[in-house]
Write a protein that binds this ligand. Structure first.
Ligand SMILES: [Zn+2]
Length: 497
């Protein structure tokens, strides 16, 4: 048996100014290829980890042309997409495969294509019309016809935070293996409803997504090989942004359509619960001050800077929430993190123990949203200088190597501020430990995150205060100008269906 395995992952925030060249794909600069990719992902709790494990279990020959995953940012550079898709298509051309296992994101927009994954699958099918293809996808997939038409089986995450990347690829891969043996004939039905669920309301521990995902899981008992409800990624001004469903059955089109419709109807009837209610920053911080400090053994009060989440395309360098924390005099705070490679280099030059005065953040202009992002001048003592490399503790992407680039911590006396050189969302405790910060010893922890922080810090936080700051992941959708998404769409136009 010969299997082609590959990864191409990017969630595109079309409002983001953060560039997406090829070098952004990968935890070392750039993607990994062949044996190096197999070695990096074998045994990890990732989609590729699951595919490699399945292939080795079957005694298959593995061809892994490229593993390319990038943190979210603006549309992917054309030459980066052509390189990644080209590597995969060249391998397909070599031929002789019994199956193709792809770990994709499902919300990749390139400079040319609105549906990067659909374009990749269309090209693969043009070369090889018959070899079965499994695709594992993120819950934030914005689904298109071309993805469904050119794949054999699609399966998406059922958790947000995404702690089932491994399970999802395993599910997709097992269905593919059964198909290759002639033991299953996957039949897919997909559809969408005109709604853009708010990211802050998409958590799979909360109503309504918890119930929707439980219903997807229960559908395997009703004859589905796999049922997926994608909440969609709303910070993408593309035609098919929003909620969608794909159901895979064993040759039963009518059943796939029936189960799809049940999920879509439930999601639509819950649409109001997917709308987020905003609170002013001053109100949030005043509330944070009234929360009792954590007792020994209790976790910190999380101040969630959710407008600037780099795992949704944020620049990670806006300073509105950090400036308010300093202005309001909050004490014993860790702030994670400000992306500022220049300030990191200035700090490294000064050395541990030195006092520095730095202008941090506010360096990346955000022309697609209102307001100006200002740098913040900070005088602080250099506490830590680190490589920024760590391995995820889990449960999210356990064991996967992460790289924040050269990283430092500066201490103002009341706030320890992490400055990093590569975008990494703080969703794993090891990103703190590697910089010598123990969040459990802090009264407050400011996080540039939204839902993913629940993976590593969810159960540890004493309380969470959502802080409306500034950034291209704005939770105020009236700040975003949508020109291409299909209209009307809820809640932008409040349509009745
Ligand atoms: Zn996602």
């Amino acid at each position: 048996m010969r299997l082609l395995i590959a990864m191409m992952k990017h969630e595109t925030n079309t409002f983001s100014p953060v560039p997406t060249p090829l070098s952004r794909f990968g935890n070392a600069p750039g993607p990994l290829y062949g044996e190096a990719a197999i070695k990096a992902y074998r045994g990890t709790g990732s989609g590729l980890g699951a595919y490699i494990e399945l292939a080795e279990r079957e005694g298959a020959e593995i061809v892994l042309p490229i593993a390319a995953g990038s943190p979210p940012s603006r549309p992917v550079d054309d030459d980066a997409f052509e390189h990644i898709a080209g590597k995969i298509c060249d391998a397909v051309k070599a031929g002789g495969f019994d199956g193709i296992m792809l770990d994709l994101h499902g919300a990749m927009v390139t400079e040319t294509y609105e549906d990067g994954e659909g374009e990749l699958l269309r090209r693969i099918r043009a070369i090889d019309p018959t070899t079965p293809i499994s695709v594992s996808l993120d819950m934030h997939t914005n689904l298109y016809d071309a993805m469904v038409d050119n794949a054999t089986v699609l399966a998406g995450y059922r958790t947000y935070p995404h702690i089932d990347t491994y399970d999802t690829a395993k599910r997709a891969g097992e269905i593919l293996l059964r198909t290759m043996r002639g033991a299953a004939k996957p039949m897919m039905a997909w559809g969408n409803v005109p709604m853009l669920p708010h990211v802050m309301r998409q958590g799979s521990d909360d109503f309504p997504n918890k119930e929707l995902q439980e219903r997807c899981a229960a559908m395997t008992a009703k004859g589905a090989l796999s049922a997926t409800l994608f909440v969609g990624f709303p910070h993408a001004d593309i035609h098919n942004a929003g909620l969608s469903v794909v159901v895979v059955t064993d040759g039963d089109k009518a059943l796939a359509e029936k189960l799809r419709d049940e999920l879509l109807e439930q999601a639509w009837s819950d649409r109001e619960a997917f709308v987020y209610k905003l609170e002013a920053l001053d109100t949030s911080l005043a509330r944070a001050k009234t929360i009792e400090p954590p007792k020994p053994g209790e976790g910190p009060i999380v101040l969630l800077d959710h407008y600037d989440n780099c795992a949704s395309g944020g620049t990670m360098d806006t300073t509105a929430v950090l400036a308010a924390i300093l202005r309001e005099g909050l004490e014993n705070v860790a702030a994670f993190a400000i992306y500022d490679p220049e300030a990191v280099q200035q700090t490294i030059a000064a050395g541990v123990g030195a006092e520095v005065t730095l202008s941090i953040g506010g360096k990346l202009a955000m022309p697609q949203i209102p307001g100006e992002s200002k740098p913040l001048t900070i005088t602080a003592t250099v506490k830590t200088i680190a490589s920024g490399k760590f391995r995820n503790k889990g449960p999210s992407s356990r064991g996967v190597q992460m790289d924040m680039g050269p990283s430092v911590v500066i201490d103002t006396g009341t706030v320890e501020i992490a400055l990093i050189s590569r975008h990494v969302e703080p969703n794993d405790l090891n990103c703190f430990y590697t910089l010598g910060i123990d969040p459990m010893q802090k009264r407050y922890v400011m996080l540039k995150s939204r839902i993913h922080r629940r993976a590593g810090l969810g159960s540890l936080a004493k309380a969470v205060v959502e802080c409306a700051g500034h950034g291209v992941c704005t939770s105020d959708y009236s700040q975003l100008t949508f020109k291409n998404v299909r209209r009307p769409i809820y809640p932008l136009d409040l349509p009745n269906r």
